[in-house]
Design a protein around this ligand. Structure first.
Ligand SMILES: Nc1nc2c(c(=O)[nH]1)N[C@H]1C(S)=C(S)[C@@H](COP(=O)(O)OP(=O)(O)OC[C@H]3O[C@@H](n4cnc5c(=O)[nH]c(N)nc54)[C@H](O)[C@@H]3O)O[C@H]1N2
Ligand SMILES: Nc1nc2c(c(=O)[nH]1)N[C@H]1C(S)=C(S)[C@@H](COP(=O)(O)OP(=O)(O)OC[C@H]3O[C@@H](n4cnc5c(=O)[nH]c(N)nc54)[C@H](O)[C@@H]3O)O[C@H]1N2
Ligand code: SF4
Ligand SMILES: [Mo]
Length: 688
């Protein structure tokens, strides 16, 4: 029999069916409206059994011991591991204050209920420092959406007649969305792709804007300028439902297409054509992605892209960009019980900390500031859950120095990782197939679905929820962690919605809790301070920030090391995400490594010729922060002057760790986002 659940091997959260034999997972398949042959395959899901039953899985808690040969890890019991951690919580809490302990989350365990549980534990313990990695993922981008129209939009891809894909590569990162794009295209939709790389998607676009990495805001503003100048905007919507049109028009004056084209490596006619196609084809949606994240100007760049949705009146329309309807859940983070006198370590980014009730704090780089520079105060103990920051955080060399300095470190993971090596205690987590969870994607919008436990926990691993609840009880928080099953906790959280886990299981294709799907603003306005879609944000102005996009701060040098461009003349791009791996994960899974055996630097043939670099040569890529070595791949997919560097391979070797190259000094002033995505670098051939 097949069992329904949600896959969490990456953050796409695809609904899947799992096939079992004698209680073991044998295969899993993504659900889709397309026939089997037409579905976009996902190699990670195809390797699910190999991942779940990998001999490398951690099966017992581990404690660091010091022996004659140095440090080593020794298996221990859950009781002893949790007692040790509880003891360290108490020690650091009483000696230095609860805020000296930080809980750092990666993306893997989901941002739904498991994120709420970690926040609840830390809030009740008295530390404001539960920190996610959203400053480099979508949360910084989400904030720009929220400041424009109150929530991050969900594109209604299948019903769109024009689709703009802006810095997203769904073919490899989100097969469900990719299938939606194909469906729409087959039904006549036009496709515009904004991407510095010739990807599978950009090569099939009607218009491909091969933008200079990091210059998205300039392009968005020039499209805004063009749409206003040619009067292609939705006049009724702009008049009735927006604020600040005149200010936007004034700001856009500086971004006339002719002026911007050369700076963004684009043909002015292609920009004009894209502006006209997007503004005149209805309905149209914009799929924005991680290409906009990890940029120094992420907030204002994304604001400009969001403004396009409003200018063309595509917001909350069928086939446009939908304002989601979150299900009414209990906010179980209990932030109100956190003592108010202690600032979080992310205090330099107050708007980012506060913009959404559920998100909390995500300026990830502040964790390193606090450990290494004791800014604003020292972090002494760190718990890393579902992340591999030794590989995935900015400026790895600095991160590793910080981990070395910590007094106590706990890692909660499925596997031993580069980060785990620094830990004092490692707790073995269960895989996504071994636990029931309420998923953020499905709390934020309809349909509501649930991730189900479909197999027993492997070895002595525990689901993340169980680890946190048990820690809570050991810390004397029994009353606030009364749940002994995932179902009890989820039912409590879902009570306001009138939905239970049983109901969700009876309806594996989901439960709708929406009232009216489209144009909800006509009855309830937008969830912004003015109730309108804000081209101009008074709240930003009150916080001394550009109320309309203007790119103050990093206007001329939106990517790292631009000032050093004589010595570091190439634009390095962090990419590509392969559909075989999730960030640093699965590099120990033989079937996936067989599909994609190594990492490359993609170099344009002209640059290869000039630097005398051929396919397969080893090159050194360097920035002022550090260097890596990788094989060169001569490829027309990149623009001359740009190189694309393989991502996530630092788990195999530090020599492949792209984040040896990235800079954590310059950051976005609103969200603390460093430019992990693009940076100036040099390339030299290493003599054979
Ligand atoms: N230069 C550069 N930096 C980047 C990026 C980039 O493209 N370039 N991408 C950024 C982005 S968007 C992100 S989201 C981050 C990702 O950063 P991380 O979240 O650190 O990424 P992963 O390598 O996926 O690490 C996830 C870890 O969680 C473990 N894990 C998997 N499932 C579970 C689970 O259910 N429970 C627990 N406890 N552990 C689990 C995995 O084994 C793995 O070790 O990296 C960011 N950093
Ligand atoms: N297979 C797989 N799937 C994943 C993940 C994974 O690691 N592997 N990670 C998951 C996570 S956490 C995330 S955040 C998502 C991310 O998924 P996406 O949002 O699709 O992100 P990427 O594939 O990193 O980059 C998207 C595109 O942005 C382009 N790009 C690079 N620089 C720029 C730029 O300056 N401007 C513009 N406009 N585009 C640029 C890249 O060339 C790429 O084609 O994927 C999720 N899904
Ligand atoms: S894209 Fe693949 S790995 Fe990611 S959630 Fe979907 S099925 Fe799982
Ligand atoms: Mo991400």
């Amino acid at each position: 029999m097949k069992e329904n659940t949600i896959c969490r091997l990456c953050s796409s959260c695809c609904p899947i069916e799992v096939e079992k034999e004698n209680g073991r997972l044998v295969s899993a398949e993504r659900k889709s409206y397309l026939s089997r042959e037409k579905r976009r395959p996902c190699p990670k899901l195809m390797a699910a059994a190999g991942i779940v039953y990998s001999p490398e899985r951690l099966k017992k808690p581990l404690m660091k011991e010091i022996g004659p040969g140095g440090k080593y890890f020794k298996e221990t019991s859950w009781d002893q591991a949790l007692d040790t951690i509880t003891d360290r919580f108490r020690y650091f809490g009483s000696e230095y204050g609860p805020e000296s302990i930080c809980w750092l989350r990666g993306m893997a365990a989901d941002w739904g209920a498991p994120w709420d549980y970690a926040n609840r534990l830390m809030n009740l313990f008295g530390s404001p420092n539960t920190i996610g990695n959203g400053s480099v993922c979508h949360v910084a981008r989400e904030m720009a959406h929220v400041f424009t129209y109150g929530a991050i939009t969900v594109p209604e891809i299948r019903d769109a007649k024009c689709i703009v894909v802006w810095g997203k590569n769904d073919m490899d990162t989100n097969p469900q969305a990719y299938e939606g794009i194909l469906y729409a295209k087959n039904h006549g939709a036009r496709l515009i792709v904004v991407d510095p790389i010739r990807t599978g998607l950009s090569s099939t676009a009607d218009i491909w804007l091969q933008i200079k990495p990091g210059y998205d805001g300039l392009l968005a503003m020039s499209i805004i300028h063009e749409i206003i100048a040619k009067a292609l905007y939705d006049k009724d919507f702009v008049k009735e439902w927006t604020v600040g049109f005149e200010d936007l028009k004034e700001s856009a004056k500086d971004f006339e297409v002719e002026k911007i084209a050369e700076r963004t490596w684009l043909d002015p006619n292609a920009i004009r054509d894209a502006a006209r196609l997007y503004a005149t084809t209805k309905p149209a949606c914009i799929i924005d992605g991680n290409g906009l994240d990890m940029q120094l100007n992420v907030f204002q760049h994304t604001r400009a892209v969001c403004i396009l949705r409003g200018l063309t009146g595509n917001i909350d329309k069928p086939g446009g960009d939908l304002i989601p309807q979150p299900i009414p859940t209990r906010n179980i983070q209990l932030k109100e019980r956190l003592p108010q006198h202690v600032q979080p370590i992310t205090c330099d980014y107050p708007l980012f900390n506060e913009f959404d009730e559920g998100w909390g704090k995500h300026a990830q780089s502040c964790v390193v500031d606090a450990i290494l520079d004791e800014r604003p105060y020292p972090i002494r103990m760190l718990i890393v859950q579902s992340g591999n920051p030794a590989v995935t955080m900015t400026d790895s060399n600095r991160v590793l120095r910080a981990f070395d300095k910590l007094e106590f470190m706990v890692v909660i993971d499925l596997f031993m990782t580069q980060t785990g090596k620094f830990a004092d205690v490692i707790l073995p987590a269960s895989s996504p197939f071994e636990k029931t969870q309420l998923n953020r994607a499905f709390m934020r919008n309809n349909l509501v679905k649930i991730q189900n436990q479909v197999i027993d926990c492997i070895g002595d691993s525990w689901p993340d929820w169980k680890i946190i609840f048990e820690l809570g009880r050991r810390l004397g928080l029994d009353r606030d962690f009364p749940w002994h099953t995932a179902e009890d906790a989820i039912n409590y959280q879902l009570e306001p919605a009138g939905i239970t886990v049983d109901m969700l299981r009876e309806n594996p294709d989901g439960i709708h809790v929406e009232d009216k799907r489209h144009e909800k603003y006509k009855t309830s306005g937008f969830k912004t301070p003015s109730g309108k879609l804000e081209f101009y944000s008074k709240k930003l102005e009150e916080n001394a920030l550009s109320p309309v996009p203007r790119f103050d701060g990093h206007a001329e040098n939106p990517i790292s090391f631009y000032d050093n461009r004589d010595e570091f003349p190439f634009v390095g791009i962090s990419g590509a995400r392969s559909n075989c791996f999730t960030h640093s994960q699965f590099r120990g899974i033989p079937s996936l490594l067989k599909r994609e055996p190594g990492c490359f630097v993609d170099i344009h043939p002209d640059d290869g010729h000039e630097k005398k670099i051929s396919d397969g040569d080893i090159v050194k890529v360097e920035t002022p922060r550090g260097h890596i070595h990788m094989k060169a791949r001569i490829s027309g997919a990149v623009h001359p002057g740009a190189v694309r560097i393989g991502w996530g391979w630092g788990e195999i070797s530090r020599d492949y760790n792209l984040n040896n190259l990235t800079d954590d000094e310059k950051r976005n002033n609103i969200t603390g986002t460093p430019s992990n995505r693009s940076f100036m670098c040099s390339i030299t051939k290493v003599p054979a």
